[in-house]
Design a binder for this molecule. Structure first.
Ligand code: NAD
Ligand code: ZN
Length: 400
């Protein structure tokens, strides 16, 4: 007697109000409709973007919502028209869709898809499924999805174009980091900046994304990797992952870009902004060499006006580009999972804390305390099997 076609009752962390802790509740998860897949989430981690919607300063988020977008799980059932997934498949949901039909999906130059780029604000647009309804209900109320994923629930429903099928033997408690932070930074270096062997690089911001960019630069064979953060606590980890030099702009007596230019005889070949904001964007441009300096922008600062740039900076040979989800999509993420299994990079080093699902608010608090010894702020929040099954037994007893 399976659960296919039935409503599943399970636990989810609900954000009822901005600025308040999440509350773990029993939710009803409806069966998947056409081109949707219901997924049991096995592991999830928290990312800075999860906190934007519940920040009282961010007025656009729709509540109540189930947050979370960095996760890995197992297909429970599929809706009509889903041909490429079956129950039992291991998957990573991605907030970037891949319809395979639009001009972007058919181009090797981008991971954009019309289904994503047509939205003015992808966070808001992915709060409901395509039929403009939600699959989550709690206490009779409909609950919004988040970024099309809603990882902070034991079960969720995701569109089939937002799902990557991965190896059957993948370690879900590790590869959940591939769902956002790791892939974003690593891919920004490898796919978008296209860092070359022997080159010099600067990475600004050493959160989960920036440390992953350091891993990317190192994997690409960079000879010098200058890691920059206003929090010096991040430097030991950055060095362990491949940074050759670390700079704290708050401890220098001149702009960090001037120091980098001096250290590198005229500027680095590649600079990657993983912090965001106009100050860091400017430093990213100014620290690259004329002639061929390449700047890649990853960081997002919601209320910031961005960069004013003189044409001369570009005429002298610099190039600027942005990077979204590191250039990966549902077709290329499975290869990243195999690369991890084959030891091409280390995800263990990026996990600072492993917590049970009930402690989700503790995980969000740790994320906010950047000043603490939390060098990686994407925390692994495991949905522990033992807890789940004990809970399921209790719920069965209640319903007998
Ligand atoms: P995080 O908060 O964990 O890390 C940001 C780091 O930047 C912190 O260590 C902080 O101390 C440092 N920092 C802040 N101001 C700085 C400054 N002026 N100079 C140098 N360092 C500074 O965040 P994260 O999860 O690693 O994400 C990094 C950024 O990437 C965020 O803006 C996030 O929204 C963005 N992001 C972009 C994409 C994308 O696809 N483009 C995807 C995920 C996240
Ligand atoms: Zn597309």
């Amino acid at each position: 007697m399976g659960t296919k076609g039935k409503v599943i009752k399970c636990k989810a962390a609900i954000a009822w109000e901005a600025g308040k802790p999440l509350s773990i509740e029993e939710v009803e998860v409806a069966p998947p409709k056409a081109h949707e897949v219901r997924v049991q989430i096995i592991a999830a981690s928290v990312c800075r973007s999860d906190t934007y919607v519940i920040n009282p300063a961010f007025k656009e988020g729709l509540l109540p919502v189930i947050l979370g977008h960095e996760c890995a799980g197992i297909v429970e059932s599929v809706g009509p028209g889903v041909n490429n997934f079956k129950p039992g498949d291991k998957v990573i949901p991605l907030y970037v869709p891949h319809c395979r039909k639009c001009k972007f999906c058919q181009s090797p130059l981008t991971n954009f898809c019309t289904k994503f780029s047509e939205h003015k604000n992808p966070i808001i647009e992915q709060e409901l499924m395509d039929d403009k309804t939600s699959r989550f209900t709690c206490k009779g109320k409909s609950i919004y999805h988040f970024l099309g994923i809603s990882a902070f629930s034991q079960y969720t429903v995701v569109k089939d174009i937002n799902l990557a099928k991965i190896d059957d033997d993948a370690n879900l408690k590790r590869v959940c980091l591939i769902g956002c932070g790791f892939s974003t930074g690593y891919g920004a270096a490898i796919n978008d900046a296209k860092v070359t062997p022997g080159s010099t690089c600067a990475v600004f911001g050493l959160g989960g994304v920036g440390l992953s960019a350091v891993i990317g630069c190192k994997t690409a064979g960079a000879s010098r990797i200058i890691a920059v953060d206003i929090n010096s606590d991040k430097f030991a980890k950055a060095k362990a992952l491949g940074a050759t030099d670390c700079l704290n702009p708050r401890e220098l007596n001149k702009p960090v870009q001037d120091v980098i230019v001096e250290m590198t005889n005229g500027g680095v070949d590649f600079a990657i902004d993983c912090a965001g904001g106009s100050e860091v964007m400017k430093a990213t441009v100014d620290c690259t060499t004329v002639g061929w300096g390449s700047c890649t922008f990853v960081g997002v600062n919601v209320n910031d006006k961005g960069l004013t740039i003189s044409p001369v900076e570009l005429i002298l040979g610099r190039t600027l580009r942005g990077s979204s989800f590191g250039g990966w999509d549902v077709d290329t993420v499975p290869k990243l999972v195999s690369d991890y299994k084959n030891g091409k990079f280390n995800l263990e080093a990026l996990v600072t804390h492993t917590l049970p699902f009930e402690k989700i608010n503790e995980a969000l608090d740790l994320l906010k305390q950047g000043k603490r010894w939390v060098y990686f702020q994407h925390l692994s929040v495991e949905n522990i099997y033992a807890w789940q099954s004990a809970d399921a037994r209790r719920s069965q007893q209640l319903h007998q």
